[in-house]
Design a protein around this ligand. Structure first.
Ligand code: PLP
Length: 393
């Protein structure tokens, strides 16, 4: 059967292709180190597991309101107040099946065919595909590595057309780990206000910052910016809950209402048990991110120090998330390859280290290394990469 055009045009996930190959090699008995994963390697905290168990015992296993249970919405509103000094009413919040589904549904409800969304590049792989699935057009704005992979207000201004509907901001960023400062956000926000462009602020890595820079939500910078912004967040990265699939969006009521209507036909609601687990995550005084952050910070420094000693590889020091995004163009050339994809493939075949080529993120000179794995593995992986680069010179 001929499939729909909308799926024929989808780009397969670059992260999946490399992890499929890594898995196949592992199955054959090879000692593969995978630095491709995009999830914390910690288990969900016990008190959250207990809350899920309790929810099941209490019979909280039925459909919930499509936009999520009011208790969790209240807890999220409290979190916004405490962490971001933002006030949201409950009908300005929707709980979704992961932050990914918040973004997917958002594009479904705001985009008409041909509407443009500005996507700073390098970008998280799903943004362009989700925009295309909503018949929109991703418009890439190339953020320079010299500018820490951040776009400028001038670049933003130049990319705006009469079809521009929204701008995506992801700070801290996947894949670069970079963050916009308050001033930079304000300047981008001014341009969006001037042209009436919705700001889509993906703050999923909010809790994973390793410098003294505070996390700033663009929505907190002025009431006008708040009215022009949707904030996306979730428990996947902050509470090591990727598999539970709980995310959320806060923003203008009209958008939240349309999204709630949309999900009522798509998923009915996010999993009831997972919502109660997320409720505990937000209601407790315990903060699992303190420990995670300390471990990630140490690993980041270890990996950064080792990677930057490899000839042909340069790297800007990331501030958050759990990725390093080095420029490997020198190494690709020295090793005689044409593309980052070919270099990454050879690296996996020869020294059994799996990285994600930057091509899938719109950055063909870079690779993404995740440090959501043990320090021992990171040290070993860096040694293997060094060996590969030096041997093939
Ligand atoms: N946004 C970014 C930038 C991400 O990296 C991810 C996950 O990798 C998500 C959103 C989706 O997170 P969730 O697990 O809540 O769907």
């Amino acid at each position: 059967m001929r499939l729909a055009n909308r799926v024929m045009n989808l780009t397969p996930s670059s992260t999946l292709a490399i992890s499929a190959k890594a898995k196949a090699l592992k199955k054959e008995g090879h000692d593969v180190i995978g630095l491709g994963v995009g999830e914390p390697d910690f288990n969900t905290p016990q008190y959250i597991l207990d809350a899920a168990n309790q929810a099941m015992q209490d019979g909280l296993t039925k459909y919930t309101p499509s936009g999520g249970i009011p208790e969790l919405k209240k807890a999220i509103a409290k979190k916004f107040k405490k962490d971001n000094q933002l006030d949201y009413e409950l009908d300005e919040i929707i709980i979704t099946t992961g932050a990914k589904h918040a973004l997917y549904t958002l594009f479904q409800v705001i985009l008409n065919a041909g509407d443009e969304v500005i996507v700073p590049s390098p970008y998280w792989v799903s943004y362009p595909e989700q925009i295309k699935l909503a018949e929109g057009e991703p418009v890439f704005v190339h953020a320079l590595e010299e500018n820490d992979f951040k776009i400028t207000p001038e670049q933003l201004e130049q990319s705006i057309t009469n079809k521009t509907k929204a701008l995506i901001i992801n700070s801290p960023s996947n894949p670069t780990g970079m963050m916009y400062s308050k001033e930079e956000l304000y300047a981008l926000g001014e341009v969006c206000l001037k042209h009436n462009i919705l700001i889509v602020s993906d703050e999923i890595y909010e809790k994973l910052i390793y410098t003294s820079d505070p996390h700033i939500s663009i929505a907190q910078l002025s009431p006008e910016l708040k009215a022009q912004t949707v904030v996306i967040n979730g428990v996947s990265k902050s509470h090591a809950m990727t598999g539970w699939r709980i995310g959320y969006l806060a923003g203008p009521k009209g958008i939240v209402k349309a999204m709630t209507n949309h999900v009522s036909h798509a998923t009915s609601n996010p999993t009831s048990i997972a919502q109660y687990a997320a409720l505990r995550a937000y209601e407790t005084d315990q903060d699992p991110t303190i420990e995670m952050r300390a471990i990630f910070k140490e690993r980041l420094q270890t990996l950064y120090d080792l990677i930057t000693t490899i000839p042909g590889i340069t790297c800007r020091q990331p501030k958050g998330a759990f990725y390093l995004f080095p420029n490997v163009s020198g190494a690709i050339k020295q090793n005689g390859f044409q593309t980052v994809d070919a270099w990454v493939e050879a690296l996996l075949e020869e020294v059994k280290v799996a990285l994600v080529p930057g091509s899938g993120f719109g950055a063909p000179e870079n690779v993404r290394l995740s440090y959501a794995t043990s320090k021992e593995e990171l040290v070993e992986a860096a040694q293997r990469i060094k060996h590969f680069v030096e041997k093939n010179q």
